[in-house]
Design a protein around this ligand. Structure first.
Ligand SMILES: Cc1cc2nc3c(=O)[nH]c(=O)nc-3n(C[C@H](O)[C@H](O)[C@H](O)COP(=O)(O)OP(=O)(O)OC[C@H]3O[C@@H](n4cnc5c(N)ncnc54)[C@H](O)[C@@H]3O)c2cc1C
Length: 611
């Protein structure tokens, strides 16, 4: 059988089916659904996928696999539905580790994953230039000394291919794949009071059941497309950065458009500019970008890092957001102007998020301090961009430095000095529609061979909204969170018994794997506790959720970022109903967060109803 089909998302790009062609068919249905219709397509739609290069996809065979008797697929069944102690949705860093620790404790656990491989973020985001902004050696799992010992990072900020290789290495090392169903997109999950368990259904119509359900569905995993007319009418290649085709896209000699200048857009632009004949960047609002200063890690340096792992992870435990950068205890105005300038110069010349996460303590709260810092970075942009008008377009005017996520760049600003690169402000000339040959702005038509949508994600709650969660009394999670998410430490929700979330709303974020490991272990300990007490039903008490919501609000007081539209304040102009600010992010420190969670566990989980 020919191993390629047409990926409707990328128009005529052949889609490699490397391992199981059936997996990729469901991938396609998903990418098409998410990018175009913003909803999951039912299995029947898969039948209509145009697959001229396959010589006829055997959909019957695929359906047979989907509906195969569960005894052939899973070890334990009740009323013909595979039954587990715990189901985990998602095989990114969160889901993989959750599976590992639950299995270690003897739970029958299973993972349902939409993609055909592990890695989550690092599986889907294959766009050119995709890489860490956490230091590689602070991002990897810390739980296994053996893993730390045997894995070498090649760069201080590793690129997507390396991170995906790492995730696959972890999956192989801990033999995770045998308990993961790939190409399995969960469409709904219902709590059944009678059996005190979750019944879970996939987009393809399969069903599973488990006493406990753990979501590991990511905070940046629901890609969003702009609401332009004519997206599918474009006759060239197009792709969203978060759903990049596995076979890649060649830009040599092509006319390329990149829409969006957030973190993914910046990484894409600086890479595509190297080979495209012409690159046109469509920018709605600029971001404050600062140098990543990436570099290779030599063998000797890696050996030295290895000897410091304990120290590195201990440091990550102490810092506000689990990065290796610590906030400077001084206030912006407690130092002389010369000291301030020298400090910022040193941070600007340093690696990674030091300039954001390791700045003066008042930089994100004190308006004057923030303005001064913004002026410092604005001057850097002016110094790096030759054309003063272009430089002004690249300098944010609607928010201060660090109040939105800071993209990390490598020669990003210098790209605009290249003769093959043009910047178009969508504020001055909004895109009106996609045409068969390119894009039409208010001012003119542009012709392109490739359009790249770097338009980001429906962050934090988007991946939850794409699953129809129904808790006790058939209450939906979407309704429950209509005015903004409310959780107990980002892990549990009242009226949703036995449901746990990793990286859920109002959990600690930052250098995420550090929080992921903590949350995964917290959930494990909670399930072990339930087993030891014989409790079958665990539900967050409403008053405990209320208390956590109040704490989250208290911690957000006074932050300048609250006054800014961004994914961190729940705003996404491309998603209906996401135009108003909501508090989706916990803004306290990670140590405070863990102290609260530890207290819940130490107190015997009194914040939960246990029966
Ligand atoms: C481009 C990019 C760069 C990033 N860089 C960094 C960084 O440098 N440092 C950092 O700390 N964080 C970074 N992040 C955040 C990153 O998402 C986290 O670090 C981490 O990978 C999250 O892991 P996760 O397993 O929780 O979620 P994800 O990696 O998002 O995995 C979620 C998984 O759930 C699956 N899934 C979702 N919904 C369903 C469903 N309905 N059915 C079945 N499966 C489903 C998805 O397919 C995915 O595989 C970055 C994010 C992006 C997008």
């Amino acid at each position: 059988m020919d191993d390629s089909v047409t990926n409707p998302l990328t128009s005529h790009v052949p889609y490699e089916l490397s391992r199981r062609w059936l997996c990729a068919v469901e991938d396609i249905a998903w990418t098409r659904a998410d990018s175009v219709a913003d909803q999951v397509y039912p299995a029947a739609v898969i039948l209509t996928v145009d697959t001229p290069k396959t010589g006829g996809v055997n959909v019957g065979a695929w359906l047979a696999v989907s509906f195969a008797p569960c005894s052939e697929v899973m070890p334990s069944c009740s009323d013909n539905i595979p039954d587990y102690d715990a189901l985990i949705i998602g095989a990114g860093l969160s889901g993989m580790y959750q599976l590992h620790v639950l299995r270690e404790q003897g739970f029958r656990a299973h993972v349902l994953e939409a993609g055909s491989g592990v890695g989550g973020t690092w599986y889907w985001n294959r766009y050119p230039g995709a890489r860490f902004d956490s230091e590689s050696w602070s991002y990897g799992y810390s739980f296994s000394a053996e893993l730390l010992e045997e894995w070498d990072w090649s760069e201080h900020f590793a690129g997507q291919p390396e991170v995906e290789r790492y995730c696959n290495h972890v999956a192989d090392k801990f033999d995770l794949r045998r308990d993961i169903s790939f190409s399995t997109r969960v469409a709904w999950a219902r709590f059944e009071e009678e059996s005190c368990s979750w019944r879970v259904g996939t987009a393809a119509g399969r069903e599973f059941r488990a006493r406990f359900l753990v979501t590991a569905i990511g905070l940046l995993s629901a890609p969003t497309m702009p609401r332009f007319e004519g997206v599918e009418s474009f006759s060239g290649q197009w792709a969203h950065t978060g759903l990049w085709p596995k076979e890649g896209i060649n830009f040599d000699g092509k006319r390329v458009a990149v829409i969006g200048t957030g973190a993914s857009g910046v990484q894409t632009i600086q890479e595509v500019a190297k080979s495209a004949a012409r690159l046109t960047v469509f920018q709605r609002r600029p971001n404050w970008c600062t140098p990543l200063h990436n570099g290779p890690i030599s063998e000797a340096e890696m050996d030295a890092i290895r000897t410091r792992y304990d120290e590195i992870f201990e440091l990550c435990k102490q810092t506000t957001a689990c990065f290796v950068h610590s906030v400077d205890s001084r206030g912006t105005f407690e130092v002389t102007p010369e000291e301030r300038e020298a400090f910022w110069e040193e941070r600007y010349a340093g690696q990674g998020f030091g300039i954001w996460q390791g700045n003066f303590r008042d930089m994100l709260k004190d308006r004057e301090a923030n303005q001064m810092m913004s002026a410092f970075v604005a001057d850097k942009i002016r110094a790096r961009v030759n054309d003063p008008a272009t430089a002004e377009l690249l300098i944010p005017k609607d928010h201060g430095f660090g109040t939105r996520r800071v993209p990390q760049e490598t020669h990003y600003y210098e790209v605009y000095n290249q003769p093959n690169v043009e910047l178009v402000s969508m504020l001055e000339a909004p895109i009106e529609r996609v045409t068969p040959t390119g894009l039409r702005t208010r001012d003119r038509d542009y012709a392109f061979d490739v359009i790249i949508y770097a338009t980001g994600f429906d962050a934090v709650t988007g991946s939850f909204d794409r699953i129809d969660f129904r808790g006790a009394g058939d209450v939906t999670l979407k309704d429950k969170w209509a005015e903004g998410p409310r959780t107990l430490v980002g892990v549990m929700v009242d009226q949703f018994p036995n449901l746990f979330m990793i990286m859920g709303p109002h959990a600690a974020l930052g250098n995420n794997p550090r929080s992921i490991e903590y949350n995964v272990e917290w959930v494990r300990d909670c399930l072990v506790h339930a087993r030891s007490t014989g409790a079958q039903r665990l539900e967050a008490k409403a008053e405990a959720v209320e208390a956590w919501a109040n704490f989250v609000h208290e911690k957000a007081q006074g932050l300048l970022s609250n006054e800014i539209d961004s994914w961190m304040t729940g705003v996404n102009m491309n998603v209906a109903g996401r135009q108003h600010r909501r508090l989706v992010r916990y803004a306290g420190t990670a140590p405070e967060y863990r102290a609260r969670c530890d207290a819940i566990a130490a107190g015997g989980y009194e914040e939960l109803q246990q029966s």
